[in-house]
Design a protein around this ligand. Sequence first.
Ligand SMILES: [Zn+2]
Ligand SMILES: [Zn+2]
Length: 332
Amino acid sequence: MAPQFRAMQLERANTPLRQITRALRAPRAGEVRISVLACAVCRTDLHVIDGELPEPVLPIIPGHEIVGQIEELGPGVDAFRLGQRVGVPWLGWTCGACEFCTAGRENLCPDARFTGYQLDGGFASTAYADSRYVFGIPPRFGDAEAAPLLCAGLIGWRTLKAAGRGPRLGLYGFGAAAHIAIQVARFQDQEVFAFVRPGDEKARDFALRMGAAWAGPSDAPAPASLDAAIVFAPAGELVPLALRAVKPGGVVVCGGIHMSAIPSFPYSILWHERVLRSVANLTRADAVEFLALAEQIPVRTETIPYLLDDANQAVADLREGKLSGAAVLIPQ
Ligand SMILES: [Zn+2]
Ligand SMILES: [Zn+2]
């Protein structure tokens, strides 16, 4: 029998991932074949599994926070060597020719393809990736520890840049992305206020332990007027709350790929040049910047390991808000 690899595959939205095996193939031109060491579970994987995103290519192997070792180089790949440890993020391919790609905004490429959504991802023992969208992982990070940097970290970095460097930053939702973003914000000398689901003492304690100046329920008034707020939780009702919490000229950044509907709100909470914006995907430049910064800080991620075969449990635990940190699937 030809050599095979194991994976957890989504066949239809709203059904559990199914254990499968697939034949190993040689990487195509420009591709690398990666032996997966760890793959973190992101809220976006949940949105894919729950059928909340419009364009999945099914069946799909989810997972876009992949850390692995290069096992085989496809024709023409010279930027990596065999055995090198690399990371594969959400952005898996872009056209390189559209108005966005040519303006350094490849995150907005209308033809972009995403790992674990349109390209098979890392809930597997082996993954394939276009080598132009793969990054070396700094040696100071362990495999599991590095995995959440590849989306929670990267998207957090892009949202932080959009939020600016004002001294007081609010974070709405305190999961994998926020627990990394707070470390970067504090490194930038920002004071962080964490807003969690009312009654979620575990998330509140987690935020305080990670260095929040204050942590409290999202429906409580902010203890100080904020320069910016980032909404990581996929709950549209947080947006008006965040707008009320920021000062004139302040920015509210929505960091998720999907959010429930935003309720209508009075113009007065947007007035005075407050800005409401989203952040979509990432660029390769974001990845290069962030991985260097994460090494310098250094960012410490909290991870909860799961066997690859237990991917459905990891997904369920994330959905239920049980995790303080990032779930990481370990295939070996
Ligand atoms: Zn493009
Ligand atoms: Zn993600």
